[in-house]
Design a protein around this ligand. Structure first.
Ligand code: ADP
Length: 423
């Protein structure tokens, strides 16, 4: 079993495109490690650098304690599976799976037995004598996985291997792949943009954005305790409510989250108060997952500072539940915009006008500027919450929701988590 260490790894493509920035990761021996992030965030580039298919611009790659930056791909003993499997078209499934063993000069009878056993584990025994063009997409991917695993690589790299398959097959294969690589104990790095795939398969995972690692941990750790607004939003389906508030310390009440039209309060004895209090008077981003909001009957008692309300604008039926969208008059933020340096055209223009100079003279500074103008990512949309089937409100109903404050996530205006139990 092999461990992989990436120490300050960077990739700048010849055209100047920075694809990966200062990535520091340790992938433990035997782990199924997932690289998760949106398209273009640098996942494939990182995987290809581990495979030796892409040169590392800066930083070090260590495989089992050996510096591997300049190690040719064939000496790394890694196997890779891509989205489209890429089998040899004129060889049968068995021929494809035998190929790496033939190249290595293995005994034919032993190789044949190994292939037969692996084909059985992959559920493709019945089509072992067929050519790739007679197989379904799922069968082809199984054969490609078989061909990659048959020579017992020390490292198994998979780049979106399921993304061209339909939903039912993806579910079936992800369970099988995870089971198979765990059974063989092969250290595996798996690239995907699909949060469900990442959460269900990973022992640990890294969430990437714009070539940098935003968070690393087990799926449970990252879901419960995301490092940034971006990570919280990427791992939330239905989407997390990201609300903009101003935080005030109020004697006798606690830390008040002032949403303008509504407010919540965090009691003084909440363990997060000690880190939140430094944001007194500042903008914070409050993350509330839909399952953290429980609709309550109108007029039912609830402790003050624990309820948000809105008028139901839209309802969606999802079979096991309804999702409701309520207009609550609360400003929300777009996770894609938070924590990212503003594009040059979005940067506020330098203040040179008479109005600006007057404002400075009378001491207004920048503090009075509304968030809409200053931050460029201020929106006013709905609160999303779940409703069990059979309890559906009607459109236009006024709905009150109890907020489970213990599960609310707090972020600074820069998108970084405040009051994380991990920090
Ligand atoms: P992902 O796998 O997350 O979709 P990639 O690693 O493929 O992302 O790409 C990361 C960034 O690097 C993207 O902006 C992409 O356009 C760029 N990129 C990828 N390959 C090349 C290349 N060969 N030359 C120049 N830029 C590239």
């Amino acid at each position: 079993m092999t461990d992989v260490v990436l120490d300050g790894v960077e990739k700048v493509y010849p055209g100047g495109q920075v694809a990966v920035r200062n990535v520091r990761l340790r992938i433990n021996a035997g782990e199924l490690f997932v690289l998760l992030g949106p398209s273009g965030c640098g996942k494939s580039t990182l995987l290809r650098m581990i495979a030796g298919l892409e040169e590392i611009t800066a930083g070090d790659l260590w495989l089992d304690g050996t510096l591997a930056n300049d190690l040719p791909p064939r000496e790394r003993n890694v196997a890779m599976v891509f989205q489209d499997g890429a089998l040899y078209p004129h060889r049968t499934v068995k021929g494809n799976m035998m190929f790496p063993l033939e190249v290595a000069g293995d005994d034919r009878a032993e190789a044949g037995a190994k292939v037969t056993e692996l084909a059985r584990a992959l559920g493709i025994s019945a089509m072992i004598d067929r050519r790739p063009d007679t197989l379904s997409g799922g069968q082809r991917q199984r054969a490609a996985i078989g061909r990659a695993l048959v020579r017992e690589p020390r490292l198994f790299l998979m780049d979106e291997p399921l993304s061209s398959l339909d939903a039912a097959l993806r579910t079936e294969l992800r369970i099988e792949i995870a089971g198979l690589v765990r059974a063989t104990g092969t250290t595996t790095v798996y690239v995907t943009h699909d949060q469900v795939e990442a959460m269900t398969m990973a022992d640990r995972m890294a969430v990437l954005r714009d070539g940098t690692v935003e968070d690393v941990g087990t799926p449970e750790e990252i879901y419960a305790d995301p490092a940034t607004v971006f990570v919280a939003a990427f791992l939330s389906s239905p989407p997390i409510n990201l609300l903009r508030a101003t935080l005030w310390a109020v004697e006798g009440e606690g830390l008040v989250l002032d949403f303008g039209a509504q407010r919540l309060s965090v009691p003084w004895d909440d363990p997060r108060v000690s880190s939140l209090i430094s944001h007194h008077g500042e903008t914070v981003i409050v993350g509330i997952r839909p399952d953290t909001l429980a609709p309550i009957a109108p007029g039912s008692p609830a402790p003050p500072g624990t309820v948000l309300s809105g008028r139901v604008r839209a309802l969606e039926f999802h079979g096991h539940e309804w999702l409701a969208y309520a207009e609550a008059g609360i400003p929300t933020v777009d996770a894609a915009e938070v924590g990212r340096p503003p594009a040059p055209e979005n940067r506020p223009a330098p203040r040179t006008g008479l109005r600006d100079r007057l404002r400075e003279l009378v001491g207004g500074g920048g503090g009075e500027e509304p968030a809409e103008e200053h931050e460029g990512h201020h929106r006013r949309t709905d609160l999303v919450f779940r409703i069990p089937p059979g309890r559906r409100p009607n459109r236009g109903d006024h709905c009150a929701m109890r907020v489970d404050l213990d599960r609310v996530l707090f972020f600074g205006a820069d998108g970084r988590r405040v009051g994380s139990p991990r920090s």
